[in-house]
Design a protein around this ligand. Structure first.
Ligand code: BES
Ligand code: MN
Ligand code: ZN
Length: 496
């Protein structure tokens, strides 16, 4: 999709779809007023009919109005003028792009960016508009399927009317930021949506190498023998029931000279059957999304590289499959992690923490300024927070605050949860240093507390994205979260 911020006046704009806003209470925005005057009050007449009232996100598509050269005019409700927020702004743009996508429009001129203020600067307004445009036009990969004629016609040229008081540089920066974030999210969505027979650990390793080649990242892939030599026995315990070779993927983005790096560690289970502690059949297909943490690391690195942020960022992705088999780990097995701590594996379905603990130990070698792991870790987190917020856990409050704020500004929010020592006794066992499950209560917290034991040597945060990384049901698909949050976090670090 191509974006520009040079809107033509409506009397000259031959766009396929001209989009203007109406405030609740039937008040015309500035752009709507201009179009109304050109069309002998066509909008006023529609408002009088009651077909649109201005409620946030309501839409009405009109065709070929006398007085303007545009093929279509889309009226979009902006809500109450004095109640504009980032949330309502995003709702407005989302419905507008959905309404455009339902037509055969190839070009659109959006005047909502200039008439809805949401208390944000122009740069951010454009960033969000671009991100939403790309999100609505996103189509998942469909291996083996052909694109139909109608599907081939998509929106490709979008013009945004520039928000008030925004200089040319900020306009360009807003579009650039939005585009880079959208590209990162699209990569994360594509990898998440691919079927698990295609998106294997080897496929993720190849995707990392491709990203490295196109965006000048150093990419290293460790094979099983190397992992064994490093002592990654908790990771290998998860992998040993699978025919797929495990891969340990490391990506290094170097844009910050001698600065200490920020490390992103992503859970890359390409399919989670539960192993011998096997899951029930219903919705098990969704466990192809158990690599969405890994996908968000790749996506975020793409965004960071596109924005050329003055930072050093390391991506660490432990990747394997969790399968039941004659060689698979049994409940009760005890293994020694790379850190030297012994782990009693009481439930083979609590595998995410087993691959992450070795990855967290490995990450120490980068002497990171901060480490953030991202994982579809627990069903308990979905019970606690649903699909609205990711669970956030940290051993440093200021790091947690930075991530919370990044989530708000990207509208990709997280909620701070505790990892107090008081929970640690739930992981006690008579036979090893730690057990891999904590019992029925506080499942998201005990999982985070397990990880915390392997992250004691640096500032660390953990994002449990089990409820936010994908949608189930009829709307099934990866969301691209939390690439937005992570990108905003890193942009914040870069500005420091
Ligand atoms: N990948 C799952 C977590 C998950 C489950 C995410 C459902 C989204 C939806 C993880 O590996 C897992 O199976 N966790 C177990 C942990 C339990 C055995 C302590 C869970 O949440 O049930
Ligand atoms: Mn599991
Ligand atoms: Zn899992």
């Amino acid at each position: 999709m191509e974006f520009s911020t040079k809107a033509l006046p409506p009397e000259k704009d031959k766009t396929d779809c001209l989009v203007v806003g109406i405030f609740e209470g039937k008040k015309l925005s500035a752009a709507a007023k201009a179009v109304d005057d050109l069309t002998s009050k066509a909008i006023t007449a529609v408002l009088r009919s009651g077909d649109i009232t201005g409620k946030t996100g309501s839409c009405l598509m009109l065709r070929k109005l006398e007085g303007i050269p545009a093929q279509r005019l889309l009226l979009v409700g902006l809500g109450k003028e004095d109640e504009a927020s980032l949330k309502s702004y995003r709702e407005v743009l989302t419905s507008a792009f959905k309404a455009i996508a339902a037509t055969q429009s190839v070009s659109a001129s959006i005047h909502l960016t200039s008439d809805h203020h949401a208390g944000l600067d122009g740069e951010s307004l454009l960033e969000h508009a671009v991100v939403i445009a790309e999100e609505i036009s996103y189509k998942p990969p469909r291996p083996g399927m052909k694109v139909t004629k109608e599907e081939a016609v998509t929106l490709t040229k979008v013009t945004f009317a520039p928000p008030a008081d925004t200089d040319a540089k900020s306009l360009t920066r807003g579009v650039l930021r939005g585009t880079a974030i959208a590209h990162g999210q699209n990569l994360a969505r594509d990898l998440g949506n691919l079927p698990p027979n295609i998106c294997t650990p080897s496929y993720l390793a190849q995707a990392a190498k491709n990203l490295g080649r196109s965006h000048k990242l150093k990419v290293t892939v460790l094979e099983e023998a190397h992992m064994r030599k490093l002592g990654m026995h908790t990771l290998l315990a998860v992998s040993q029931g699978s025919r797929q070779a495990p891969k340990f993927i490391v990506l290094e983005y170097n844009g910050g000279g001698k600065k200490k790096p920020i490390a992103l560690v992503g859970k890359g289970i390409t399919f989670d059957t539960g192993g011998i502690s096997i899951k029930s059949a219903s919705e098990m297909d969704e466990m192809k999304y158990d690599m969405c943490g890994a996908a968000s690391v790749l996506g975020t690195l793409q965004t960071v590289a596109e924005l050329k942020l003055p930072l050093n960022v390391v991506g660490v992705i432990p990747s394997c499959e969790n399968m039941p088999d004659g060689q698979a780990t049994r409940p009760g097995d005890i293994v020694t992690s790379m850190s030297g701590k012994t782990v009693e594996i009481l439930n083979t379905d609590a595998e995410g923490r087993l691959i992450l603990c070795d990855a967290l130990t490995y990450t120490e070698r980068f002497k990171p300024d901060a480490v953030v792991d991202i994982a579809t870790l627990t069903g308990a987190c979905v019970v606690a927070l649903g699909s609205v917020a990711s669970g956030l856990f940290s051993n440093q409050d200021s790091l947690a605050d930075e991530l919370l704020e990044a989530g708000v500004s990207a509208h990709d929010r997280a909620w701070h949860m505790p990892i107090w020592d008081d929970y640690q006794p739930m992981l006690k066992t008579n036979f090893a240093d730690i057990q891999n499950i904590g019992g029925r209560m506080a499942g998201a917290i005990t999982a985070a507390c397990f990880l915390a034991r392997f992250a004691e040597s640096y500032h660390w945060a953990h994002l449990d994205i089990a409820g936010t990384a994908w949608k189930g049901g009829g709307d099934k698909g990866a969301t691209g979260r939390p690439v937005g949050l992570l990108a905003h976090f890193l942009m914040g670090r870069a500005a420091k």
